[in-house]
Design a protein around this ligand. Structure first.
Ligand code: NAD
Length: 480
């Protein structure tokens, strides 16, 4: 496939390209250009015109383009879903949900394009300004670099792309190198839906070079990135020179607290879904640690083990598969080595633990010591650590441990505990009676500390992707 610069589908200036492989059988799916510094510069230059065209495009036209794109995503969902399952490794069942979410998100932002309200402020509260008035409007930032991770590329990209376009920005997309093909196909659907020239462009290639060049470029007004905390840190460093606005959605190590009054079967099902069958364990807000009140720990463990051992690991394109491969053998090796390190430190594996190439068996860990790596490190694969707690204070302290603060969950009917968790957990969202593995597009999503900054969601993204401008009308009221 080719990448998109200034409305032309092109190869890289130097002709360089990268292979994209099927994650289930390793076969070659296609190649994509490896953008050069000249390609990045060409896209950024074209985007300066793109941003002027977008700033002039009325909200009803921005809405119409996004609505047409949503329709096109739905119409092509089965074909593109198979492509994404191949290049990404997630199961077809899951990917259908991702496409449904993407179409909803495009429509949601299409509607939000019509709700970019400002405010009018009378100034007679400040002596000397009795005859003055001010008004604010929200203006697009200009050019947004949308940098996207591999795990839910279409859904996560939709927030950045549709949000930025709804707000009247131009966008340059940097897809994940492991699975850029589906996004290139959707970029074509968006182009056909009638965007102005250079309002959206796509640069393919590695993050450390193409992504970094884009971030360092002087023509970028905002970087909206979802990915690892280490890449987020590099982006913050690289954007210091340009002072572009940076919005980061980064890693997580989310805790789910299970209290003694919870329904054990319901919780076990939620843990298995939130840790194993969603994203093959590769979700920022997956259930990465489970803290269980001691009186139900063994019952929940047994119920979870039964469900875990029943999972089918295999080809993501097979409708019967529950858990597909990780994004690469290297990722699976990293997950396996994290399990081995936890075991060396005293943990026991009660299910899974085995790896075949990029396939990692759903793994349940117990007997974790307080200094276990599971508190400090994100494990980006199907590994579920369970540990008992005796007091609710202890559960809250354990949940808050470590550098991340994305989401946390609590299963209980005790409103006192729910409200304490809501107040004391240092995270972006506290979920009640569902695992942490949930994101709904009309809620603010994002984390604290090393999980990132800012929030993404239908209302929040438009605020992040616009800037307030004020008109101060001094002494405009005449005395009667
Ligand atoms: P990654 O950081 O390796 O890559 C993400 C994107 O950033 C890719 O497009 C990559 O090419 C680009 N990139 C990498 N280094 C860069 C640099 N120096 N400059 C500019 N761009 C760069 O992440 P990944 O492995 O694709 O995704 C997994 C990670 O993403 C996990 O840590 C996961 O928790 C996190 N994640 C977070 C959220 C969230 O909303 N908080 C959602 C999904 C995934």
């Amino acid at each position: 496939m080719k990448m998109l610069i200034d409305d032309h589908w092109v190869d890289a200036a130097g002709g360089g390209a990268d292979d994209v492989f099927s994650k289930s059988d390793g076969s070659l799916l296609d190649t994509v250009p490896r953008a050069t510094p000249e390609d990045v510069q060409a896209a950024v230059t074209a985007a300066q015109d793109g941003k002027r065209r977008m700033a002039r495009l009325p909200a009803h036209e921005r809405r119409a383009v996004l609505m047409r794109t949503a329709d096109a995503i739905e119409a092509n969902q089965e074909r593109l879903g198979r492509l994404l399952a191949s290049e990404n490794g997630r199961t077809l069942r899951e990917i259908r949900d991702e496409f449904r979410a993407a179409a909803r998100i495009f429509r949601g932002y299409a509607e939000e394009a019509q709700r970019m309200f400002g405010r009018v402020t009378p100034l007679d509260s400040i002596p000397g300004n009795e005859r003055s008035l001010a008004l604010t409007i929200r203006e697009p930032r200009g050019v947004v670099a949308a940098i996207v991770p591999f795990n839910y590329p279409v859904e996560l990209w939709s927030h950045k792309l549709a949000g930025a376009l709804a707000a009247g920005n131009a966008v340059i997309t940097k897809p994940p190198e492991q699975c850029p093909l589906t996004m290139l196909e959707i970029a074509r659907l968006l182009q056909e839906a009638g965007l102005p020239r250079a309002a959206h462009q796509v640069l393919t290639g590695p993050g450390g070079t193409v992504g970094a060049l884009l971030v360092r470029s002087g023509g970028i007004d905002m970087v909206a990135m979802t990915g690892s905390t280490s890449a987020g840190r590099a982006i913050l460093r690289d954007s210091a020179a340009t002072m572009a606005k940076v919005h980061l959605e980064l890693g997580g190590n989310d805790a789910t607290i299970v209290c003694a009054d919870a329904d054990v079967a319901q919780v076990a099902a939620a843990l298995v879904r939130g840790r194993f069958t969603s994203g093959n364990g590769q979700i920022c807000c997956a259930v990465k640690r489970v803290l269980v009140e001691r009186s139900i720990h063994d019952r929940l463990l047994q119920e979870t083990l039964i469900r875990t051992r029943a999972l089918r690991v295999g080809d993501p394109l097979d409708e019967a598969t529950d858990v597909g491969p990780l994004i690469s053998e290297e990722s699976a090796r990293k997950v396996q080595s994290q399990v081995e390190r936890a075991v060396l430190a005293g943990a026991r594996v009660l299910a899974g633990g085995e790896r075949r190439g990029a396939y990692m068996d759903p793994t349940v860990l117990v007997d974790l010591k307080p200094d276990s790596l599971v508190f400090e490190e994100e494990i980006f694969g199907p590994v579920l650590p369970l540990m008992p707690f005796d007091t609710f204070d202890e559960a809250l302290t354990l949940a808050n441990r470590g550098p991340y603060g994305l989401q946390a969950a609590i299963f209980t009917r005790d409103i006192g505990r729910i409200m304490r968790a809501f107040r004391e957990l240092d995270v972006g969202t506290v979920v009640v009676n569902h695992s942490t593995a949930i994101r709904l597009e009309n809620l603010p999503f994002g984390g604290n500390r090393q999980s990132g900054n800012g929030r993404e969601g239908l209302h929040e993204t438009l605020r992040e992707m616009t800037e307030l401008k004020t008109l101060l009308l001094h002494e405009v009221f005449e005395d009667a």
